[in-house]
Structure formats: C-alpha cells, structure tokens
Design a protein around this ligand. Structure first.
Ligand SMILES: [Zn+2]
Length: 192
C-alpha cells in the first residue's frame, strides 16, 4: 500500500468521524429542539392555565366587587331613608313641644270654666255624674234616641223618655250602663 493511499485512508477515516460527529450533533440538536418544543408546550400550557385561572380570579373579583358595590349602595339608600325618617321624627317632636303651652292654656281655661258651671249644680248630681264618668270611659251622659240609650244601645222604658221629654227635673239613669240619660232639646228638632 502506497503512502499516498494510506494517507488518504487516514483522511477518509477522519472525514467519516467528522460526519459521524456532525450527525450526532444534528441528532442532539434535533432532540434538544424536540425537547425544547415539548417544554415550551408544557410551559405554554401552564402559562395558559395560569392565565385562565388569573382571568377567572379577576372575573370573580370583579363579580364580588360589583356585588359589594350593590350592597353598599343599598345600605347607603337605607341609611338615607333612616336619616330622613329621623329628621321627620325630630320635626314632629319639635312641633308637639311647641304646641304644648297652647294645650296647657286651653286645658286650664276649660278647667276654670268647668268649676264655674259646676257651682250651679246639685252636689249629689255632680258626684253621681263624676262616679259614672270615672267608670264609663269618661262619658257620664247618654242621649236617648229611638227609645235606645246611645251609650250602650239598650232599650229604655218609654216612660223614662216621656218624663224626660216633659222636662222632668228627675235624674234618670240607664238601667244597663248607668249613664245619666237625656233627650234632645224640645225646642230643637230631633236629629235623625
Ligand atoms: Zn246605657
């Protein structure tokens, strides 16, 4: 074998080695590329999932915020209504308070008038009136109408009505509620 051939063989060997190495390199590159794609896909998937979850969270947050805002607004409306009512209540209380002296004056005047009228009454009749009034819800007198006591709506003996119409000074009381009975003034027409 010539030296030339031997040398060429050596070169050929080296060339083949280089090719083999390059092939391995290409494979590695390919593998790396595949690996990278897979990893990229995985990362992309993860990122997508994370983004989706983030969007969902944001949506939920927005929903909660909107609901919270609704509640807050409703609460605000209620508070306003309460404030308005409280203000009206205070207004009414002030109005009542301002009227009190007028009422007091009116009541005092009526008490004085009552005392002066009472003087012209037989004391036993007045006592009777006061007793019945105390027991019968503040009303001591009852009108007779259609032969019926208007205090308790029980029939009155016709004779009592006749006597009272005549202008009798006698005191007649209702047999049921015991109120002192009276009839409409004879000079005035009876109201129907
Ligand atoms: Zn009666």
């Amino acid at each position: 074998m010539s030296n030339t051939i031997r040398t060429l063989e050596e070169i050929q060997k080296i060339d083949l080695d280089v090719l083999a190495i390059e092939a391995i390199g290409k494979d590695e590159k390919r593998i790396t590329s595949i690996k990278n794609t897979k990893e990229l896909n995985a990362v992309t998937k993860e990122m997508n999932a994370a983004n989706k979850s983030k969007r969902q969270n944001e949506q939920e947050k927005a929903n909660y915020a909107s609901k919270l805002e609704e509640k807050r607004s409703a609460l605000g409306a209620l508070e306003d209504a309460i404030k308005a009512r409280r203000a009206r209540l205070e207004e009414l209380a002030a109005e009542l308070e301002s009227r009190r002296p007028v009422w007091k004056q009116s009541v005092d005047e009526k008490a004085r008038l009552r005392d002066s009228i009472k003087a012209g009454l037989r004391p036993d009749v007045f006592r009777k009136y006061e007793n019945i009034r105390a027991k019968r819800g503040g009303v001591g007198l009852a009108l007779i109408k259609d032969e019926t006591c208007q205090g308790c709506h029980i029939n009155i003996p016709p004779q009592v009505y006749i006597e009272l119409r005549k202008g009798s000074e006698e005191i007649y009381t209702c047999p049921h509620c015991h109120r002192i009975l009276y009839v409409e003034n004879q000079d005035q027409p009876e109201t129907v």
